[in-house]
Design a protein around this ligand. Sequence first.
Ligand code: CDP
Ligand code: CDP
Ligand code: CDP
Length: 221
Amino acid sequence: GQQHIAVAIDGPAASGKSTVAKKLAKLLGLNMVNTGAMYRAVVWGALQKNVSPNDPAAVVAMLSDFDFECKINQGSSEVWVDGQLLESELRSDAVNANVSAIAAIVEVRELLVAKQRGLLQYGSVIMEGRDIGSVVFPDTPYKLYIDASEEVRAARRAADGEVDAVGKRDAQDSKRKVSPLIVADGATVIDSSEMTLEEVIEAAVAALTAQGLDQSFLDRN
Ligand code: CDP
Ligand code: CDP
Ligand code: CDP
């Protein structure tokens, strides 16, 4: 039968990954998976249970009976913790401040990477995060790395009304031992600092076409 494909999108905070991934998912008819939401959900669960995100042993103990689900609903990923669908909860200042610490814990990454790979059974995906092209789907030929200058990214996040130490989070994500943010082998870098969203989408489609994305995906729309 038909093999499902995975398109990987990585890059630093507020570079435009989710916005671009959402548009590409619609355009190409793929399920869209936001993996940052999964790391954020673990932070939300920890804060809810008074587990310190900075205490790896306590976080790992919490995982042993963590009620966490990730599903595809109408083409995009949802995260549920303790039977609750999490949305705006995931963008709180407290979650922003603690997510890089949680994401540096190897047991957290193992759990979430397994779930991310499992989602491929429900259909082809476009998945965005930090380690999708390097760790989650290293063998996919379809890889993008969306970048933008730190000034531009901080301004975009502020314009969205969030308190978020973007530069600090990037430093933590790039310097950690396990699955640091890197440009994966074979990824095409798109610097969106001076580009509109439409220009980024155009560049992304051109890059994926050059990487050999089947014309049938592009013909769907
Ligand atoms: O939306 P934004 O780019 O600000 O962040 P996000 O994609 O929601 O990711 C939040 C945090 O989760 C990142 O700062 C990383 O610490 C972590 N993360 C990760 O380690 N690996 C991923 N594949 C996705 C997110
Ligand atoms: O997912 P990630 O954190 O990488 O970024 P995002 O939440 O998709 O995008 C951050 C903000 O930048 C959004 O408000 C976008 O509309 C805006 N933006 C963009 O993503 N790309 C551009 N070329 C221009 C603006
Ligand atoms: O059972 P586990 O979560 O360990 O892994 P799985 O059986 O490989 O399923 C991966 C995820 O896909 C599960 O969390 C399911 O809730 C979810 N799922 C989905 O996305 N779409 C469906 N139609 C059914 C399940």
